[in-house]
Design a protein. Structure first.
Lengths: 339, 339
DNA sequence: CTGAAAGCGCTTACAG
DNA sequence: CTGAAAGCGCTTACAG
């Protein structure tokens, strides 16, 4: 099957532009880079010729020669959770605005996949990586990526003792605030719903415990319902919590999707959130504004977190050897009808 | 600030491997490509040397020379809508499994951004593009991208008269089924909520109208509430619909997030979906299984749609000049408590 | 301010 | 089965 010649023109190179503008290819290259070394006249002539011919810059060739690149790898553990989708949108928005391009991958909590995509990104010579690691990622991963010479920003889930750039939120303080609020509203028995493992879980559970302690309330293991951090997990956990005696009348949730699942379980039982039982989520995803009823939550502004993460990494690219960078979102209570 | 030499080793090339294995660099290259031209012995020796040295393949250099690449551009109009997030996850899963890498961008319905990222992807020499175009994208965009020599798959929103690869769903049939179902359940006055423009909107509205007509019901403009295809749009539209007289008792929604917003509005009015008013969504996003109450919807399996889209594009890469490829998801009713 | 030359790290005919 | 050479499309010293 021969292609019609018109459909397969040899792609234009700077040599073609050089000929058309009657200069050398070095000059074209300099013009394309906006170098001040070239006179305004020459520059304009070259630019015009390039436009006329329909020349397309070959970033690959340039990157190879320059040993640089403008692609950033973003690897997310669970994009099905709207929280991460919103974070990703924030990251991508910032990256694109700064002239970078986003190489994205969803690992779905698989360590194997994570390793695979990280390797792939390395081969592609990404300029930097933003990683929200799968659960149980060993802290040495940080050192490994660093040994590759690729700047890394760890997102949300911290890995070991620090020594790396990080963007996340103050999880302990978030659940502390949420719990304290519910206690102050007169709930003596407040449950904790969902989540099972990982630093984020540990911190959020700790904040809950601290608040109970601070307000002189005994902790009751029956009120802490470990469950998958999903809608279904939240749904099932709430149903379990309802069996506790004496009954709980409110619950702090590991995150918003768990809280949404809990809302569904309440509805299933004919209970109305905010009247019969109080629920508070964590993250501040968009969905919470129009759930039934609208969900109170600990807002850490997912989109802002994503943008901050991207900014930090870009900052790191500018200053490869400055001190550790970090962003910790300050949680704030977003009170709606579910409490 | 001098870097310690150990931290900045000159990156290894096939030349280093060649020297270590005592062969020429062509041989190394062939081994790396798994060529059958090389003896098992030599091949093993080279592979061992590469591993020992910690050699990393430079895909960029290879791609430049080979004029190929394994990056696919995916541009989505609204990643904040879980439907598209789920589609993206499906696409990425398939692409990664096939050894490709995903260059992703969210245009947020901005034509300017769309143009910018498309240009950027072109410079990066992506092997193909999956595009869910922003509203009002002119059909000539298809021709333009094709003139770049980059295989394009149009996602969800068709553009003009065809002549391109496409993955989407049978929107007209979807709303037809939904409307018919509600009518059969004894709702003489069924509303249509949300959406404002675009082919998808037109088709879904048409399906609704067809079903009314088919079942001898008059169409009432007061029951069709145009609104932004968002939770808030659905919320506001339902509140409007409630004012209609005689009252509607059920509504087909443009998509699931509109339906979720409608559910919130119902709750706000003290109404219970499925008892006082029936709501049916469209898409089949995960959220619907645990909304309050769980939402009936027209399921087009977003994840499956994403995978199909990726498969089609990969197929196209194998066969550049075969006939037009397309996938149209067959909608099925997923009945839950909201109806 | 501009041009000739070398080189980024690969692949691919072409000999042998 | 293996090696020497040219080339992918750029950038970057280096002369002039």
């Amino acid at each position: 099957m021969r292609k019609p010649p018109a459909n397969a023109p040899r792609p234009l190179t700077i040599m073609d532009v050089a000929r058309a503008a009657d200069v050398s290819k070095s000059t074209v290259s300099l013009v394309l880079q906006g170098s001040p070394l070239i006179s305004e006249q020459t520059s304009a002539r070259v630019r015009k010729a390039a436009a006329r011919l329909g020349y397309v810059y070959n970033r690959r060739a340039a990157d190879l020669r320059r040993k640089s690149g403008n692609a950033i790898g973003v690897v997310i553990n669970d994009l099905m959770n709207p929280f991460f989708a919103e974070v990703l949108v924030g990251i991508e928005r910032k990256l694109t605005a700064a002239g970078y391009i986003t190489l994205m991958s969803n690992t779905n909590e698989s360590a194997d996949l994570q390793e695979k995509v990280l390797r792939s990104m390395r081969e592609h010579h990404v300029a930097g990586i933003i990683l929200c690691p799968v659960l149980d990622t060993p802290p040495r991963l940080v050192k490994q990526v660093r040994s590759w010479g690729i700047p890394l920003l760890v997102l949300v889930r911290s890995l070991g003792m620090g020594g790396y750039d990080y963007a996340g939120s103050d999880n302990e303080r978030g659940t502390y605030l949420a719990t304290e609020y519910l206690v102050a509203r007169g709930h003596p028995r407040v449950g904790f719903l969902g989540g099972q493992t990982g630093v984020v879980f540990d911190d959020r559970l700790r904040g809950y415990r601290q608040a109970l302690k601070k307000h002189g309330l005994a902790e009751d293991a029956a009120l802490i319902r470990i469950a998958k951090p999903s809608r279904q997990g939240g749904h099932d956990a709430l149903l379990d919590l309802l069996k506790a005696a004496p009954p709980a009348t409110a619950a702090v949730c590991y995150n918003d999707i768990v809280a949404l699942g809990a809302l569904a379980a309440l509805g299933e039982r004919g209970l109305i959130a905010g009247r019969d039982f109080s629920i508070i989520g964590f993250d501040g995803i968009l969905d919470t504004a129009y759930s039934n009823p609208p969900l109170s939550t600990v807002d850490i502004r997912p989109g802002g977190l994503g943008e901050a993460a991207a900014s930090l990494l870009l900052e790191r690219l500018q200053h490869p050897s400055s001190g550790r960078l970090s962003y910790v979102a300050e949680p704030s209570l977003l009170l709606r009808q579910s409490t």
